[in-house]
Design a protein around this ligand. Structure first.
Ligand code: OAD
Ligand code: ZN
Length: 258
């Protein structure tokens, strides 16, 4: 994969000049780890109808089926490893100290890449998960929420995870269709996007709002926009540099030579 040298040069210069970097990632950053994306030929939404699985109504109708799907996704992600794109972003964050990483992904591959950086490396702050996490749950009745990594037994309603506090069903702590994003997380993300002088947007089709508005916020506040994606996206038309190709090949080229 050889990117256009002029575009690569421009992107490098923009990154070098920026002292506050905002990174937005989507499913494409984890594609080379083996996590399916949502749209496109082999996308998750091609094989499952979102309204059957990723809505509060679906969970109310058939929590067993929804948990079975999330249990399967959890196991799939647990078998995957961070790829060079996750590692390059972790390196950038550890090196510059002024990088805000915001992801739409519900996997934990950014965190795992950061923890693999090696002893002695400064730990970058954890990513903001706009759409929640596969490894967090919250109670369907009380306000309890927390981490949950155990495998899911979805053989019957009685074997599904239950709240320690009130005994009600727990649900995945992810944002479903028709649900609002966590207000604090969203506010935080918008603030960081506004303050940044560069937004690096990686592996997202940039069609799902409000996440897709974040690169535009940086742009409107006078910052630059660098995109890494094999295809055109909802924000390509305003990118100052668009690197076309897989993130696992391009991000190390872009970041490790800075
Ligand atoms: P999409 O599936 O919409 O888009 C994936 C993007 O990754 C596409 O633009 C691909 O071109 C790109 N891509 C594929 N392989 C790549 C690679 N190796 N390197 C870099 N890019 C690559 O996924 P998202 O944009 O993340 O929301 O989707 C946004 C949201 O839509 C998801 O978070 C999910 C879904 O509905 C919720 O579940 C709330
Ligand atoms: Zn509860």
């Amino acid at each position: 994969m050889t990117p256009d040298p002029q575009v690569l040069d421009r992107a490098r210069r923009l990154l070098t000049d920026a002292d506050r970097i905002f990174v937005l990632t989507g499913a494409g950053v984890s594609a080379e780890s083996g996590v399916p994306t949502f749209r496109g030929e082999a996308g998750l939404w091609k094989r499952h109808r979102p309204e059957e699985l990723a809505t509060p109504q679906a969970f109310a109708r058939d929590p067993r089926l929804v948990w079975e799907w999330y249990g399967w996704r959890r196991e799939l992600v647990s078998r995957c490893l961070p790829n060079p794109a996750h590692r390059a972003l972790a390196t950038l964050a550890a090196r510059s100290g002024n990088v805000s990483l915001v992801t739409q992904n519900v996997d934990d591959l950014h965190e795992r890449a950061a923890s693999e950086l090696g002893r002695g490396a400064p730990a970058p702050s954890p990513p903001l998960h706009l759409h929640g996490s596969l490894f967090s749950v919250r109670c369907t009745r009380c306000s309890w929420r927390g981490p949950h990594r155990a495998s899911i037994d979805a053989t019957s309603l009685d074997t599904l995870p239950r709240c320690d506090q009130c005994g009600s069903l727990l649900r995945p702590d992810v944002v479903w269709f028709g649900e609002a994003l966590d207000r604090e997380v969203l506010q935080n993300a918008f603030e960081r996007a506004r303050e940044a002088n560069l937004c690096l947007v990686v592996g997202t089709s940039a069609v799902v709002h409000p996440a897709a508005s974040l690169p535009l916020v940086t742009r409107q506040a006078g910052g630059a926009l660098v995109e890494v994606n094999p295809d055109d996206t909802g924000v390509s038309h305003v990118a100052d540099a668009a690197l076309r190709g897989p993130a696992g090949a391009l991000l190390p080229l872009l970041i490790e030579t800075l």
